[in-house]
Design a protein around this ligand. Structure first.
Ligand code: AVI
Length: 321
């Protein structure tokens, strides 16, 4: 019998949030919307494709770092650890950790998408029959309440790979880390963070030749048409991604190719030619800036691992008891 899903917060509010957030974005003079709306089934599949693109270095680089240092991470975690993954997705990277840990007692993947999570958890159970897998459906960017650690468990170790921390603005990142330090008290967080580098490398990663990132970006409008009944003309918008060097972030936008109108719930919104909907920021860090942020959130930064080209970093952040 699969373990039932645990639901925290109110994931059913997601549609109402999308509608409200899209309305607010369209009504604003500078239009922007949270990148969390990229991830419907199509968007999640496109993101998985992005991770395999030759230009998108973060996924394979982080996997390489985790593979090379899994034993060290396992030694820091100690026996019978409980692993909590924030924004679990397809549960590929955590396998590297679970395989290295000494008798992990339980795995709690947290994700807003219950369906995706249940399927990924079922696949994981097949490969780790001795591991209790307890999926938690919830928005991990909100205050989380997790079940108490099982009796006999060792440290609670959080896992937040992929540099998703970079998709938060600095205040959101601090808030998330504060929440994580609380939930992981006495344990630690294994955090992946993309590093500042040659802007040409960044530009290529977010403007791939096959146009998968463009399709991922434009799927936001397709999703709005499907779910909210907007009438975005998909060929009327173009993907744009560039590195904003002073802010140390990649910005993704959807540029209106022409002067046009969009309707949502009977309200009409004008787009001038060249006007944009800002869909994502992807902040890049230095090792020191990430450690300073973690310290500010209450963690004690420990070892940091990077690849030989210093493209990506994985941090061990101790959460005081
Ligand atoms: C999920 N996140 C860390 C990705 C990133 O690189 O910021 C999302 C992404 N956007 C475009 N390509 C990938």
């Amino acid at each position: 019998m699969p373990t039932p899903l645990r639901v925290v917060g109110r994931p059913e509010e997601a549609d109402r949030d999308f509608r409200g957030d899209m309305l607010a974005a369209l009504a604003a003079s500078e239009r922007s919307i949270s990148p969390k709306y990229f991830y419907d089934a199509q968007g999640s599949a496109l993101f998985d494709e992005i991770c395999d693109l030759p230009e998108y270095y973060p996924t394979r680089t982080e996997m390489g770092i985790l593979r090379s240092h899994a034993a060290e991470i396992a030694a820091l975690a100690g026996p019978q650890a409980e692993v909590v993954e924030f924004g679990a997705g397809s549960l590929t990277k955590v396998r590297l950790l679970l395989a290295a840990l000494e008798q992990p007692v339980r795995f709690l993947p947290i994700d807003i998408s219950g369906e995706h999570l249940q399927a990924a958890a079922a696949r994981l159970r097949l490969d780790y029959p001795g591991l209790a897998v307890l999926p938690v459906v919830g928005d991990y960017t909100q205050a989380l309440v997790l079940p108490a650690k099982p009796p006999g468990a060792g440290r609670r170790v959080g896992f937040f790979p992929g540099s998703t921390i970079g998709n938060f603005n600095p205040e959101q990142a601090l808030r998330f880390l504060r929440m994580a330090a609380r939930v992981l008290r006495g344990g630690a967080l294994v955090l992946g963070a993309d590093l500042v580098k040659d802007p040409a490398v960044l530009h290529a990663a977010y403007n791939d030749e096959q146009g998968v990132t463009a399709a991922f970006n434009l799927n936001l409008l397709a999703r709005a048409n499907r779910e909210l009944g907007t009438d975005f003309a998909l060929d009327g918008f173009a993907h744009g991604a560039f590195y904003n060097s002073p802010q140390r972030r990649i910005e993704m936008h959807l540029f209106s190719r022409v002067r046009q109108q969009v309707t949502l719930d009977g309200q009409v919104f004008d787009f001038e030619e060249g006007e944009t909907l800002h869909t994502e920021n992807s902040y890049k860090f230095s090792v020191d800036s990430l450690r300073a942020l973690a310290r500010q959130a209450g963690f004690e930064p420990g070892p940091v691992w990077t690849d030989r080209n210093a493209l990506f970093s994985v941090h061990w952040l101790q959460a005081p008891a």
